[in-house]
Structures are given as structure tokens and as C-alpha cells.
Design a protein around this ligand. Sequence first.
Ligand code: GCO
Length: 257
Amino acid sequence: MPDTQTAPNPLFDLTGRRALVTGSSRGLGLAMARGLARAGATVVLNGRDPATLRTTAETLRTEGLNVEEAAFDVADEEAIRRTIPSLGPIDILVNNAGIHRRGPLTDLSTEDWDAVLRTNLTSAFLLGREVARGMIERRRGKIINTCSVMSEVARPTIANYAAAKGGLKMLTRAMAVEWGPHNIQVNGIGPGYMRTELNRPLVENPEFNQWICGRTPLRRWGDPEELAGTAVYLASPASDFITGQVIYVDGGILAAL
Ligand code: GCO
């Protein structure tokens, strides 16, 4: 009789699965990558800078986790076409890479608009299209798109980001509808205000910090590690009948007026 106290719960066991997590050198992507690896997956880390990616990979390896490295720009279609086939079968794709280029809409440059849409939205299409081909052949796959509370609401100075994250919510549903017959589940994770490098200017702004904590029912910023459980859930057999959904990990901010 197996020792049920220590055996991983098969509902959440990712042993033998290979996951690609984009933008996983740091922040939300690193937290989700660590969670998936702790659940047994071999995780392919991604970032644009090979040196930063190597440092992160070595840290996770010292924790006894199985990780590989794939440095490429998720906005670069040719790099995607070249790299994805070399990674071996990908069972779990987490489209997490994202950037911010904040500024008033009337002053927003077309370059800043295009850069955010390409990295935060188009990349999920490019990677999803490439990775789904293998998932369709194997008749099994999990795709998780990092959406945002900005998939539902907006605030001034982030129109490009909100448009991209709103689009990513609908791309999640479109992927779910199109690839569901192939037993591929596609869902989104919608972080609330999390303590990340991208948000450091906001966390360190006393007025913004007070506003966000006041608007958030749990009265605090989230920690990136608080996304890991939802990522493992959506990557595991526990969510095999869930697709086309976005789970918000937001401290309740979307529930509040
Ligand atoms: C901002 C923040 C948000 C959060 C996150 C919320 O400028 O308002 O950076 O975009 O990072 O996306 O889900």
C-alpha cells in the first residue's frame, strides 16, 4: 500500500510533463515555473537575456528542480519557429511574458503601443500556434495565458496594456473553443496587484500604494508565489474539464466597487 501521506496527489501531479513558461527569469513567471517544477514538471525557462536566465536556472537547480533554458524573444516569430521544435514535446505552455510602457493615451507613441501589443498578446498567438501542433498530435495539452485584472477593467496611462490583456482573455476563449476537441485545455490566470519589478514604481508610490490597498478587499499587494497554486491547478489533471476560463488571483479587487 503506497504511503498516501507522502505520495503526490495524482490530481495535481505533473511528473513526466514538460512545461514552457515564458518570461520566467523573474517575477510572476519565475513563481509559476517554480510551482510547476515542485509539482514534478520539467520546466523550460524563457527570457530574452541568456545570462539572467542561467542565473535563475541555477538557483532552481540548487532547489532540486528540473529546469532547462530557452533564451528567445517571444515577440520574434523567426526565433519561435526556430526554437520551439528544438525543445521537445511541450505539454504545458504558460504564456506569461509581458512588458509595460505606461503613459497618457494622447502621448502614447505608436512604437510603445505596438511593443506592448506584440509582447503581451501577439506572442501568445505565435507560441500557441507553434506549440498546439504537437499537443494536437498527442491529443493532450494545457495552455495558460497570464491575463490581468486589466482584462476586465482599466485605469489611466495603461491603455496599451489593458487592450493587450483584454485581447488575451478573448484569445484564451478562442483557443479553448478551437482546440478543445483535441483535448487541449486553455485558461487564463488574472493576477491582481502583485509585488513585481514591473510594479515597483507603484508599490513605492505612497499614494498609489494606499489607493490599491484600500481598493483591494484583502488590503494588501499579492506576492508572485501566490499565483503558483493556480498555475499548478490549471496545468494538472484536476482541471481537465475546465477550459475557456480566467481565474483571478486578485485579493478580491474585481469584486469591489
Ligand atoms: C498598473 C499595474 C497593473 C498590474 C496588473 C494587474 O500599471 O496598473 O502594473 O497593470 O501590474 O496587470 O493585473
